[in-house]
Design a protein around this ligand. Structure first.
Ligand code: SF4
Length: 82
């Protein structure tokens, strides 16, 4: 099964809330800086500057929608090779 790495550039994020509203399973505005982060369930690392996570294939579409809709291009997705 294909998995994807999700990378949120929290320094670039302007906390508009679009990512969590389009894909609440994977994104949430952090209680620390108010900027987007990967949810606890899928996160691998979160600092004030960056948040990364690994998601299964079935969540790709909603993450892609959020990445495409992000006004500042702060969300990147990379396919993980087995
Ligand atoms: S859509 Fe972009 S700017 Fe808006 S909360 Fe998500 S990452 Fe931040």
């Amino acid at each position: 099964m294909v998995k994807y790495k999700v990378i949120v550039d929290r320094q670039t994020c302007i906390a508009c809330g679009v990512a969590p509203s389009l894909c609440p399973e994977v994104f949430v505005l952090g209680e620390d800086t108010g900027r987007n982060r990967v949810t606890q369930k899928y996160a691998t690392e979160t600092t004030e500057d960056i948040s990364t996570g690994v998601i299964p294939e079935e969540l790709y579409e909603c993450v892609k929608q959020a990445a495409d809709a992000c006004p500042v291009g702060a969300i990147k997705i990379e396919e993980l090779k087995e």
